[in-house]
Design a protein around this ligand. Sequence first.
Ligand code: MG
Length: 163
Amino acid sequence: MIKKIRPDRLVKAVEVIDLTQLKQSGIRALIIDIDNTLTPHHKDVISDSKLEWLKQASAQGFLLLLLSNNRIGRTKVITENYGIQGYGFACKPFSSYYKKFLKSSGYLPKEVCCIGDQLLTDILGAKLNGMASIYVEPISPRDIIFSRFSRWLEKRLMTRKGY
Ligand SMILES: [Mg+2]
């Protein structure tokens, strides 16, 4: 279980992820978390640097999907404002939206990389579905109760794995 939630890579923020390198490693689609990965929690704005990175990803031909466990209404504000497809209340790490995405895109799990700030949802979801994963440091410390708990657990797990 612990081995399963070790991300392939850890980075400071999405915009430092090298898209060319990802492409060269065979990745063609990105499943990206919203809260604390693209936006601060409870905020609807994606910073210029992250937005530029998303535009670059799109321009390089990556298929993008925003996947959030937050409310459907909140997710819709982001997906509609920025014109990126996505789903709220996705129940990560459970498989249904990952499988739905693979079916609609036609990509293989190994061609998809999941990016997010939580091991127990974003990274575990990737692992359970055979996808690559990149853990990003959360944008802001402010969080909902469940996230606080899972982050406490993550810290313990990371310490045990020697991060
Ligand atoms: Mg998040």
